[in-house]
Design a protein around this ligand. Structure first.
Ligand SMILES: [Ca+2]
Length: 434
């Protein structure tokens, strides 16, 4: 090889090195990839969940007809075909959904992963950055008996699952699913104007919600129109044993991790772990919706919020607005200095409400509403909790003003781990072991 050839090769090698370095510097972070690239960067690891947190018991094997699907087209075809009592079982894989999956006129059906592991079956939309604000993954219209279980929903611009209360669905169960990087609402519950039509009987249990991004300023409300669960017109629904992390708006004005409103009744929110979300649990809000524009707002009647951990976030822990007959029992709440007063807010239109045995690093405030406040402990609770920064508000042995200080409440028989409370209950959601 001549000296000149060697020099040329060295020059080319040098250029390749420079190009490689430049490419490395410009390689986008996984969270900002779009389109096809995002297919390779999905890592549905889910939020960091403390080891003690309840795990989803496996569902029973399907009864009735089983339809297997292994790609998005097969899934869509199976949804068309599945008859009363049938189950669609999804093989491990990534399903890029080309158009929204609509469940309508179905009775007692299920869509589940064959493995039972939500990390192994990933349904994605067009993408957080797709610019398509109709990018939803799954709609539930008029159906009776739907189970959606053991799946991951990710990378969509608008709704992961929409439950259409205006179509009066009944018995809708969302179980052991994961929701990650969904731009507007991981689970949306829409409503119509007819005050007598609701989504009757349903649950969201053992699910995990996490965003790794915040919306940009040019999305709705300056990038603050985001929540994990926002549902209207519910009757007899339960939200339990779910974990939420980093559901945040651009400037801290995101809606709650669990936001229930507009003519909802008999709603239970229990044993959820909510960390670093702008708001924790909201029953109602101060404003109105298109679905109730001409009514006096009545957002939630006969609800219970108990045994939840709510830590961090830019705004409030629990808020009630136009809510009637609500029980707020045994929640553990940690507020930062910037929003110290907003542990529990009792807003306008709230009445016949009982707030007891809560443990709040922060305050409980009446802001136009009425509530009976009894036996709560609100203070600076440094040293009371194992790790507030990660959302783990398990009690330590030095939580002296919380241990055994609860008044007896027949509505609270277990703690956030589903362990029975015996003897004198501790304040907050955790019963200390001794
Ligand atoms: Ca105790």
């Amino acid at each position: 090889m001549s000296a000149r050839e060697t020099r040329t090769i060295n020059l080319i090698a040098g250029l390749i090195t420079i190009i490689s370095l430049a490419a490395g510097a410009q390689t986008p972070a996984p969270s900002s990839t779009t389109g096809a690239a995002s297919a390779q960067t999905i890592t549905p690891a889910g939020p960091i969940i403390p080891a003690w947190f309840a795990k989803a018991p496996p569902l029973a094997a399907p009864r009735g007809e089983v339809i297997h699907a292994a790609d998005a087209d097969e899934l869509l075809a199976a949804v068309d075909r599945v008859a009363r009592g049938g189950t669609i079982l999804l093989a491990d894989g990534h399903y890029k959904i080309p158009r929204v999956i609509v469940l309508a006129g179905k009775t007692n059906i299920a869509i589940r992963s064959a493995s039972g592991d939500p990390a192994k079956v990933v349904l994605s939309g067009k993408g957080w950055d797709s610019g398509n604000n109709r990018d939803d993954i799954l709609h539930v219209a008029r159906c009776e008996g739907v189970t959606i279980a053991d799946l991951t929903f990710t990378d969509c611009r608008s709704y992961g699952i929409k439950v259409e209360a205006e179509n009066a669905p009944k018995d809708i169960q969302i179980y052991n699913c994961r929701f990650r990087d969904i731009g507007v609402r991981a689970i949306k519950g829409s409503a119509g104007k007819d005050p007598n039509v609701r989504a009757v009987k349903g649950s969201v249990r053992y699910c995990q919600f996490e965003n790794t991004k915040v919306p940009p300023a040019d999305w709705l409300y300056g990038g603050n129109y985001i929540a994990a669960i926002d549902m209207m017109a519910l009757e007899d629904w339960t939200f339990s044993d779910n974990a939420f992390r980093n559901i945040q708006g651009r400037t801290g004005g995101g809606r709650a991790a669990i936001f229930i409103w507009v003519r909802s009744r008999r709603v239970v929110v229990e044993r959820n772990l909510i960390a670093n979300c702008d708001r924790g649990v909201a029953f109602g809000n101060p404003g109105q919706s298109n679905a109730n524009a001409s009514e006096e707002p009545a957002y939630v009647t006969d609800g219970i919020i108990r045994n939840n951990f709510i830590a961090g976030g830019a705004d409030c822990g629990i808020e009630l607005w136009h809510a009637d007959r609500i029980k707020v029992f045994h929640n553990s709440i940690w507020r930062s200095e910037r929003n110290w007063a907003r542990g529990i807010r009792v807003g306008t239109g709230t009445a016949h409400t009982d707030i007891a045995n809560n443990l709040v690093h922060g305050e409980i405030r009446l802001e136009g509403g009425e509530a009976r406040l009894r036996n709560n402990f609100t203070s600076r609770l440094k040293g009371y909790f194992v790790d507030p920064a990660s959302g783990d508000l398990s009690l330590t042995s030095t939580a002296t003003r919380a241990l055994d200080q609860g008044v007896a409440l027949p509505e609270v028989t277990d703690d956030i781990r589903q362990l029975p409370r015996t003897g004198h209950a501790d304040l907050g959601a955790w019963e200390f072991d001794r």
